[in-house]
Design a protein around this ligand. Sequence first.
Ligand code: ATP
Ligand code: MG
Length: 346
Amino acid sequence: SPRVFSGVQPTGNLHLGNYLGAIGRFAALQSTHDCIYCVVDLHAITQARSVWGGPEGLRESTRSVTAAYLAAGIDPVKNIIFNQSQVEAHSELAWVFNCIARMGWLNRMTQFKEKAGKDRENASTGLFAYPNLMAADILVYKATHVPVGEDQKQHLELARDIAGKFNNDFADEIAGQGFGEAYFPLPEPLIQGEAARVMSLKDGSKKMSKSDPSDLSRINLTDDADAIAQKIRRARTDPEPLPSEVKGLEGRAEADNLVGIYAALAGISREAVIAEFGGAQFSTFKPALADLAVQKLAPIAGEMRRLTADPGHIDQVLVDGADRARAIAEPVMDGVKDIIGFIRKR
Ligand code: ATP
Ligand code: MG
């Protein structure tokens, strides 16, 4: 049966890209799929301590991502919400995948190149192996569908390659132990919508990111109305008015980004936005966009504030979710151990 898995790192301020590309779409899947949503704290520590904020920052961000899941309408009883480090099987399967994935595969990952920057010798080995842990996150639940933003497409392809190589390398053992033709499904990315890749407000060639040092580059889910309006007003654009056809957005990354954000927030297509604002100056379009963003984000921010005021409740959601996640992951991991030949208690 189809199972959805996805995760968000507790690395600081959640932003509009996280919401439109990921979290906002998670809730929509709960009526049709069995969904597991994780706060991937083991991934967060692959980056510098200053990025994830040390122990206090990590706890605060973990609760904040959980609150965002709940505020977006994800039901923690029908679905599973938990933080990754509570379910040991993620790390165990990641080690196995470290031994399945090839150096050459990981060397091609653009996220590593971007995050490691020029000082690659000084990047953590965890940052390099990040996609193996991500493959483990998904496959330890035999998840079939993974809603993510565009930036995670390459990692999803790697997860499929890892699943395929494991199935292939151990084909005889998998069949011999009655698991059939394949132990792991090849997970499908679900990358959809007008804002699958929200760009930085300061640079139309870079995606909006939690870890971007410039706060003006992103709209945080917790920004107030004034901050949202100011950031949109100061967002970089070219001097031309909006085109009269969507085609005219080609080669205009910043304009295209703002139109895409409007479309996603309003739940309409880029075509419909251009039908309304084609020919308009940014001095007209930007305030309309700011109003819409405030209208859509303010209730989420309010709910997140209400939820994070009771950290005990949030932590209990994570503990309960982890217990249910473990019950699915452990038998999958036991199967992996038997297939590889690791002796274990029966
Ligand atoms: P970091 O800079 O620490 O990597 P991030 O902003 O990239 O933070 P992640 O926790 O890595 O956030 O990603 C969580 C989810 O949000 C993923 O599904 C990712 O694809 C999606 N996402 C992140 N940035 C964007 C964006 N700019 N537009 C659309 N989706 C995004
Ligand atoms: Mg990221």
